[in-house]
Design a binder for this molecule. Sequence first.
Ligand code: UD1
Length: 370
Amino acid sequence: MRKHIIQLVAAARPNFMKIAPLYHVLKTENWCELALVHTGQHYDTNMSDTFFADLNLPDPDYNLGVGSGTHAEQTAGVMIAHERICLEHRPDIVVVVGDVNSTLACSLVAAKLHIPIAHLEAGLRSGDRKMPEEINRIVTDSICDILWTPSPDADENLKGEGIPEARIIRVGNIMIDAFEQLRRQVEKQNTPKRFGLKPAGYGVATIHRPSNVDKPAMLELMVKKLGAVAKLTPIIFAVHPRTRASLIRNGLQDRLSELPGLQLCEPLSYVEFMSLVTSAQFVITDSGGIQEETTYLSIPCLTVRDTTERPITITQGTNRLTQWESLVDDVKEVKAGKWPKGVRPEYWDGETAHRVAKSLKEFFDNRDYS
Ligand code: UD1
């Protein structure tokens, strides 16, 4: 019997840990062959290579090397390069994950070539179409054949958009699989020690969304408020390249790095970063995935955004949306032990990749290849 060719699309930092658990599970199946595609949306060593190493991913079969640019440039660049490899090595299905520009670009290419597409982490919605990721999510989900969701709210969002129920399959949260697969390494790593931090005696900050870092006034407010929080508790801030560039452009880099109690570091590898998070007292972020990881680990998460596409982390978990102005009060609440412990959502259990593999097998078994 011919093996089904499954193309897995990795692209940017948040997506590597969504692809890796699936790659490792599918690699052990005898009915499929894998083609790993890296679009090159993220390309720095510490935004890409260290993740491949930590997550035990091989070199990609195809590296599209697209890099940075405006949204149109990046999306179009991925589409042109991805179309070429799909025409040459026609996969039986394209699997995309998350909500970055490459997710949208590769879905569009596959849809127009009539190649089935599956989206892992489907159905998340912030309701805010000013976020590029929201546009990517809506368009991707509207053209996918299989929508694997992490939570009931995602199922409801898709049904509300008229997606046939038969396409929606709740599989849980793949990020938790990545964490569980690397838990031992994370526990051995001891990143806090490297930065002179005591377990549960510091906060971790990661901020990179355009809404927080692109406008000078917001960036300045961030610097001021992080400074105020760092007076209460030591803060370690892993600085994303977008944030770093904006800090330099706006002449705020030195002011931030000189704040008492605050340390800056480059983006960390997955294992190094999760080692920091697991021992943190709280996390300040605008990331998507970190809202989920902190809920799973029962660590208070202060998300500096107006909306979240992951509301279950608020209703069931340890996450709260906040503003820079309220951050000091939030941290005081955490320090006073008043934060909810939360519960883990259903299927956030490290078994999501197995559910996805089962769903893929069923998809192929039910297709008529005559
Ligand atoms: C992208 C995703 C976002 C995700 C984030 C995680 C979209 C629309 N956004 O945003 O959802 O949360 O990744 O990082 O897809 N850069 C480097 N080296 C790199 C990558 C980026 O220096 O390896 C710099 C470039 O100057 C680039 C900027 O960072 O212009 C932004 O990168 P880009 O991939 O466009 O968007 P992110 O802000 O990283």
